[in-house]
Design a protein around this ligand. Structure first.
Ligand code: ADP
Ligand code: ZN
Ligand code: ZN
Length: 726
């Protein structure tokens, strides 16, 4: 034994574990992966400290590591520092933070080596005899790429040219070399777009701070050209030889966004979203770390990508809820991105048409600098928005006459129409007309949703499926009736009313197959579908030029929800949805059906827009000392035994109360809003404080104690810092 390694292990225990190594300390670096035997199984840990002493057991009893996996550290210091912060802030075991941050192949111990392939280069030699046309094409293409062309780029651009390349190589005109495999760049570059004055000013304001940490909130109405601002900023960073990390929400269609970057920037862009394979993910991570990828575009977990030359971080649609992970390490990517930007000392731009109240509050505190785009780019105009009293809607299918007439009018004019309903399936309620029985999930406190298409009843909370019943299980009556409408019913009704018009439905049920979503979007863009029925999925980010009418059915749950964020989310959803109309040259119209057309929320939103609405919602939060003004943490517990979940939280609460400081309010435990889900009973404890520090100190003191309590092993429990749903 020559040194002791203190290792972070992927397990729920909140400590490092000591192992010995035969190599001297000088040969070890923090951030190296090692294979160890931990509790009788092999696992991969990360070296976090190197020393000669241990306080865990007698040195002679320590186990030696099994294998060193990296010659030098895999994880750069900055990322280690970030993850230490993440582990502290979210009160989550460090080993599990590494699990979340590392690509699967790296965390399971695969070699951290870049995949390579053949790259071809032009030699000095000139052709002395005439060569075939295919070979000439290859040579011509090489003229445009001084850094060479990979085998897969050739294949993509010219088809199968392997034999031509071989002949050229034999003739000494080109040579090959094994180099890192890179994503294939677009070969249709399209570089001409001039920013308008507002866009230009924003780019300048951000770039002025390009070598400092500075958060910017870019508030730009839908279609105001935020993406173009991101592209221009990225271009500036690339010119300064810097890398740019861009986070985008988890929506089916990242393709459109990425394509625009690829067409405008002649550089190596890697993508990290859910459609990327484990192999590609590892490659992208290593390319970014090596500085071979200059632009990294990805969803939430891409926030953990290592960069060697960071210049800028961009978060698109910063308000989007997919940035918050809802299980395991419950981090918020915006939060982590801010920490990374601070460590790197670079600017971070967070853009949205509907900024979160969290970010608006930071603007108010002058920690974020506000930048605004107030007009639609190009010739497009914002649509006119009108409320329609839902009491006039037909209870059978949920449409009012006004909305149906409008649909007909817009279709007759040759345009496209979008209908939003935030509920998939056919109908949310199945009820017996005779005895009042309702179809409920036996595992959850929830109703079963009718999915007529698949002939099933489906619980959206736990996934439980049952064949659609035709007879009441209580009284055997055949008069079962479904109430309320979901996407399926809306689609069916519209298809009946407009039999000649192609209707498509975009929701989680119709987009499960890989590429299903982009196929549907292609149909929409080509105008093959004229009526689009969808959930929120269709609201985010799309640019459909022929959509002139947007109808929103059934919006009112948001006004009555127990969650104080529901109104913020409703205002964001409506504003985003509204932004789908009138994006091209044609002007648009939006009709919103509501049971409360007189409600202050609607008056404010329609008359004054998102910005004013958000301001008044933030005032409310300030008055009521709700987040983001106060700081919250929720401890959740669930168990098949109702008492146990509550008992665990009571134990936790009692412990906290022993040394309670007046600065932290402890509320509960109370049952979750939906107490039973997936066969387990759920309860929660809420901790709230005006200042962040006392809350975190309280958690620091008690988490490791409670995690060793006997009930902690019986229930499933978790800590959620800055929870976004309750
Ligand atoms: P956002 O990201 O704010 O929704 P986009 O960047 O997608 O807005 O821009 C909306 C539309 O306007 C796109 O079709 C885009 O190409 C176009 N656009 C943006 N900026 C300009 C500009 N300066 N000149 C002309 N067209 C623009
Ligand atoms: Zn019945
Ligand atoms: Zn269920």
């Amino acid at each position: 034994m020559t040194c002791i390694l203190h290792i972070s292990v992927p397990c729920p225990l909140r400590q490092l574990f000591d192992y010995t190594s035969d190599l001297p300390a000088s040969q070890w670096e923090i951030g190296t992966r090692v294979k160890i035997n931990f509790a009788n199984r092999l696992c991969i840990g990360i070296v976090m400290k190197i020393s000669e002493i241990t306080d865990q057991v007698e040195i002679t009893k320590l186990k030696a590591i099994e294998e060193r996996l990296d010659d030098s550290k895999l994880i750069p210091d900055e990322l280690i520092q970030t993850l230490l912060w993440v582990s502290r802030y979210y009160h989550h075991p460090l080993g599990e933070c590494f699990q979340t941050a590392l690509p699967k192949l790296l965390r399971t111990g695969k070699p951290a080596e870049l995949d390579t392939e053949s790259w071809w280069f032009r030699t000095e030699k000139t052709a002395d005899k005439k060569i075939g046309s295919k070979q000439q094409q290859c040579l011509d293409l090489l003229e445009d790429y001084v850094d060479g062309i990979s085998q897969s780029m050739f294949k993509q651009y010219l088809g199968n040219v392997s034999s031509s390349l071989k002949s050229l190589e034999t003739a000494g005109l080109i040579s090959q070399q094994q180099k890192a495999k890179l994503p294939i760049p677009s070969n249709e570059l399209n570089l001409d777009l001039t920013l308008n004055q507002q866009q230009q000013n924003i780019v300048n304001s951000v770039w002025e701070k390009h070598d400092h940490f500075q958060p910017f909130l870019l508030e730009g109405i839908t279609g105001s050209g935020k993406t173009e601002v991101y592209i221009e900023l990225t271009e500036r960073a690339l010119k300064a030889n810097k890398q740019v990390l861009i986070l985008i929400p988890e929506i089916g269609l990242t393709g459109q966004f990425v394509d625009r970057f690829k067409k405008r920037l002649n550089t190596t862009i890697v993508i990290l979203n859910s459609s990327v394979s484990d192999k590609e993910r590892k490659q992208a991570w290593l390319l970014a770390k090596a500085g071979l990828a200059n632009v990294i575009i990805g969803t939430r977990s891409a926030v953990f990508t290592p960069l060697i030359n960071p210049g800028l971080i961009i978060i698109d649609e910063e308000h989007d809820s997919s940035y918050k992970q809802q299980d395991g390490l419950r981090y918020h990517a915006r939060n982590v991105a801010l920490i990374r930007a601070q460590k790197y000392d670079i600017p971070i731009v967070m853009g949205s048409a509907t900024p979160s109240l969290e970010s608006l509050y930071q603007v108010k505190l002058k920690r974020f600098q506000l930048l605004e785009l107030t007009q639609r780019a190009g010739s497009a105009q914002l649509p006119a928005v009108r409320l329609v009293d839902n009491s006039q809607a037909n209870p059978e299918h949920g449409f009012s006459d006004i909305l149906l007439k409008a649909i007909k009018k817009h279709l007759d004019a040759g345009n496209q129409v979008i209908l939003f309903i935030n509920r998939r399936g056919y109908a949310p309620v199945l009820m017996c007309h005779d005895c009042g029985w309702q179809a409920k999930c036996k595992h959850c406190d929830a109703r079963m949703v009718v999915h007529q298409h698949r002939n099933i009843l489906f619980c959206h909370h736990c996934g439980f499926i049952q064949r659609l019943v035709e007879e009441c299980p209580e009284c055997e009556s055949k008069s079962l009736k479904s109430y309320g409408a979901g996407t399926e019913k809306v689609e069916q009704h519209l298809q009946k009313l407009f039999p000649e018009t192609p209707v498509i439905r975009v929701d989680r049920d119709t987009t499960q197959r890989v590429n299903a979503f982009s196929d549907l979007v292609a149909d929409i863009k080509q105008g093959e579908a004229r009526i689009l029925v969808g959930t929120q999925m269709l609201a985010k980010g799309h640019d459909f030029h022929d959509v002139t009418l947007v109808g929103v059915l059934d919006t009112d749950q948001g006004l009555y929800s127990a969650d104080f964020r529901a109104t913020e989310n409703l205002a964001q959803m409506i504003t985003q949805v509204t932004g789908r109309a009138g994006r091209g040259d044609k002007s648009g119209e939006v009709l919103i059906q509501t049971e409360q057309p007189e409600h202050f929320f609607w008056k404010n939103l329609i008359k004054n827009g998102y910005k004013k609405t958000a301001e008044s919602l933030l005032e409310e939060r300030i008055d009521m000392e709700l987040p983001p003004v106060s700081n919250w943490a929720v401890i959740r517990a669930e168990s098949t035994d109702r008492e146990e979940a509550t008992a665990f939280l009571q134990e936790f609460s009692a412990q906290c109360h022993q040394q309670a400081s007046e600065d932290v309010l402890i509320l509960g435990p109370v049952p979750a809003i939906m107490e039973k889900k997936g066969g387990r009973f759920r309860a929660q404890l809420l901790l709230s404080s005006a200042q962040r520090k006392p809350l975190h100190q309280l958690l620091d003191r008690h988490i490791s104690v409670i995690s060793r309590h006997k009930l902690a092993r019986k229930v499933r429990w978790s800590i959620d810092i800055d929870p976004v749903d309750l």
